[in-house]
Design a protein around this ligand. Sequence first.
Ligand code: UDX
Length: 425
Amino acid sequence: MNILIVGTGYVGTTTGLIFCEHGHKITGLDLDERKIQVLKGGSLHFYEPGLQDLLKKHTQARNIIFTNNTEKAIKENDVIFICVGTPQGADGSADLTFVKNVAKSIGQHINRYKVIVTKSTVPVGTAEIVTSVIKENQKAPIPFDVVSNPEFLREGSALDDALHPDRIVIGTTSETARTIMRELYKDFHCPFVETQPKASEMIKYAANSFLALKISYINELARVCDKLSINVNDISKGIGLDQRIGPQFLKAGMGYGGSCFPKDVNALIHTAKQQGTPLSILEAVVKVNTEQPVYFIEKIKQALGGSLQNKTIAVLGLSFKANTDDTRESPSFILLDRLLEEQAIVKTHDPMVKSGASHQCMTIEETVTGADALVISTDWDDYKHLNWGRIKPLMKQPNIFDGRNMVDKERVKELGFYYIGVSNH
Ligand code: UDX
């Protein structure tokens, strides 16, 4: 099949390359000339493990081409995946401007029957909006179908997630479109959920919000455990082994960040409010998540004598999680802002994010030199197995604040460090 992917971010590029692996011919369309040039050259404009090799393989084999010629791309392809961003609007709702622009272009250039698939995370009712916008912009009534097919991949493990999904959700009312989608995914061996577009759109929000809920639950529980000197990691293990609960997304830390959870939880809250049925449980999820970095900073402050003024704090990790250079909604920046507000002297490090800020250091050693405390804010493997024996003499005071509960606390304590994690007793 000839497939057009509109939007060449994490979701679009990964989806396109996965379809190449399954023998399809892909065109990647983006209005951002810079991104297209980089991709045409066989390079990624973002960091994602494993994706670079696949891009090289399929660009060389001409299984994937990149363009910014919208008209040609729409005319030459039969299935069009919309993978553009849906950023958060001022009121918390998802901003559909980019999705509507794509729909408008499809309406203007459609020349034969096509299946239009929304892969971007879009609010309930978007399939209907896309249908209307295409119809409004058509010169002649050429038939088409709109399908909701949400993507569940995670940054940092996008390739594996997209190659081996837990399920494929297909939301459409058209038998023709459903048959084409089944054909497209015929080599994927996972359960299929076939439903209405609205339900499919809701599944994506409900999934992300549920995972965010698990994180906020364990984070708030961690505060209670902290008071009771209980190790919250044991609680995660103890409840996660119950198959009805499951072990994933129960790691206490500094709160969730990224381009999806914060935005999607807010968008679902907004949708629910619009329907007059507020999702109070998700409002609590957001509240706990907003408080979590503040709670951790308070612990740092108390441990350092009640003030952070002129204290040198080494912050390890800027990305919102390991294995990505994405810093969107990263708890590390909430931490940084707060430390600067408290007049601390901040030094930062990240293996992938190069912020260009004056406080960013090239090496971990440089970052911790002269520090009164070291804070681990991103769960990069690099920070798990540090040579603590070498780190300690570099620091002014041997304080470790482990915002990801990832350091071997017994080992560092043996070496004479003072250690505080997130209820990691
Ligand atoms: C998420 C969803 O997992 C994915 O299905 C969807 O398609 C996009 O949104 P992503 O944002 O890439 O993926 O990252 P994810 O691995 O889900 O982590 C989100 C945030 O939660 C990160 O800040 C992470 O550090 C945090 N997290 C995750 C925890 O704090 N504890 C956990 O146990 C798991």
